[in-house]
Design a protein around this ligand. Sequence first.
Ligand SMILES: Nc1ncnc2c1ncn2[C@@H]1O[C@H](COP(=O)(O)OP(=O)(O)OP(=O)(O)O)[C@@H](O)[C@H]1O
Length: 240
Amino acid sequence: MSDVVTLERVTRSYGSVTALDDVSLGFPRGRFVAVMGPSGSGKSTLLQCAAALDTPTSGTVRIGGVTVSGLNETRRTEVRRKHVGFVFQSYNLLPSITVEENLTLPLRLAGVRPDRAWLSELVERVGLGGRLRRRPAELSGGQQQRAALVRALAARPDVVFADEPTGALDLRSAAEVLGLLRELVDELGQTVIMVTHDPAAAARAHETLVMADGRVVDLLSAPAPEELAVRLTRLNGVLT
Ligand SMILES: Nc1ncnc2c1ncn2[C@@H]1O[C@H](COP(=O)(O)OP(=O)(O)OP(=O)(O)O)[C@@H](O)[C@H]1O
């Protein structure tokens, strides 16, 4: 299985704080990987570096075969537009335009014609068919996050980064969104890397990477939520 995102000896320091400490790892194509760890363990920094939102202090990051570490902001933006999709806790839909316009906005900004058949398939999959002409505020949180999922996948990116995608949702909507993420990976061959604090969310991924102190300390294959909760409680105990 080829890796879609690769980190080689990546370190990211902020002054005297080493947020990522010499991390080497690969994220395989077509997998759903969760990233967990105590607060301050480096999850967001890992995501920012792996998604070309930030540049490491040292080391190499490759996305879809392109070396992104060392590129300037303009070139990194180009790589992100072409290769990366994002889903955030806060949906980040523009309130003044319709849901449909939101779905294609990143493509239009990149000057790319939307693939209508692909978009229709995604919209059907996430069950938003009848809501495309509404404004985001007329949708529930779960529906808005499902729209954000479609937007993230619209350009058929190499990888989707999801940062706490269920953090603002009730249990049922969260379960639906996680089920969809897994389905998009298993049935449409997408690749998802998700940062989460929720062991139940991580349990829907194929693998969970556990971080502590800027390093990857575990890679667990389809762990049960209870097993993850115990692992994290131990790490929290060590760190506090
Ligand atoms: N912009 C920044 N400036 C200075 N220090 C930073 C910055 N961003 C992160 N850090 C530090 O780097 C370390 C890792 O932070 P990071 O946000 O990656 O952790 P996290 O695991 O995502 O935490 P949380 O779960 O609380 O979001 C922390 O010690 C944090 O204070």
